[in-house]
Design a protein around this ligand. Sequence first.
Ligand SMILES: [Zn+2]
Length: 452
Amino acid sequence: MTSLTFYGGTGEIGGNKILLRDGDTSIFLDFGKNFGRERQFYDEPYLSPREEKHLIYLGILPKISGLYKRDEGEPAINAIVLSHPHADHWDYIRYVKDSVPIFCGETAKTMIVARELASTGQRTEYRIANLSSSQGEQVYKKFHTFRTGDKLNIGSIKLEPIHVDHSVPGAYGFIIYTSNGVITYTGDFRLHGPQAAMSREFIDRAKQVHPDVLITEATNIVDAKMVTENEVAEKIGGIVSTTRRLALAGFYLNDMDRLTTFWQAAKTNNRQLAVSTKQAWLVHNLRDDKHLNLFGLDDPCIRIFQRKKKIRYAWENILMEHYPGKMVDARYVNAHQDELLLAASFWDMNEMVEVQPEPGSVYILSQSEPFNEEMEIDYNKLLNWLEICGLPLYQVHASGHINPDQLKWAIQEINPGRLYPIHTERPRLLATYISDLKTEVVCPVNGVEYKL
Ligand SMILES: [Zn+2]
């Protein structure tokens, strides 16, 4: 018997955890944090889930005996396969026993490990693994990495990972061969980014295998912005070129495409890009990844902006040792406003007290617009800061997710027997939008087992 059970990502964006059972073999496709459902019950940092049992009780983590760190016995789960390094696709692996192997792309592993090494909030037992020895390299043995072209054999299941374009590097879709048919899974993907050819490779391969099932993301079935990364680069370049004083930019930490876009905007306008220490840490860890084409921190156009703080962690000391001449603080930024493009998120706003942006400075917000109430609250707080600082707000963003028209085209090309739309708040909208195609659409319900 082969079946699929969706825990998370059903009628919601993110939190994907898809259980695939094939006879005696069981794997999870993604094991992501469910931000939305956690926010319904918790108020970080005052009330947060302290143990996995809290999340299981709330129906946020699937109840699977032996899977979690505090469980007795071993789970009947052979592996967890991650599509890409966004927390809503991987973060709950921190609750899973070290004996369960994790499969992900090479770049994804580097980013997950780097992120974990730079995070201080998690209690030791809920680190992905014990980080006390040598930068985690020894203890991350449970990660098995793959690249496009590899074939993974996990029990009776065979997986073919194929890279896709998304707003984070190391993103994959999968062709999955089971005893009762072929399943394809897009992960998160798009056709309007700089690596669109990779997504097309996935679609071509999925089409060739005549899959019984396609599991697709459909985030942008509402609110699609129809802006490409190239257009973003052009607009950002234009804004920076007309800015006379300090240019500030807010964008997601692990969006390496956007980081590269801002680096190019700085270069062409004879400015230096001052990245945050966390961004620098990611770039430092990815420095040997030849597939990424990322600039190095020793590039003459790069500076590293250090927030004022009392405690310095080990990863920050490593940065300071490697790039001593690159570090700048708020006082430096204040004195060189027309020479810098400063990466500063909402969380850096206290630094504005010292930075003191001069009249004529601007703020470029380059990340997805608020799609829920909590994000709206943070957005309004950012606006309050910008008002005090006199920083006009430009919004320039291209989504990491596929547009509706291109999604429909991809589904038509792949032509699966059955489609499960996930990672969207309105799966039924997609079902009706593609009801003229031959594909049967099933909007999955959380925790219900669907036979192949
Ligand atoms: Zn994603």
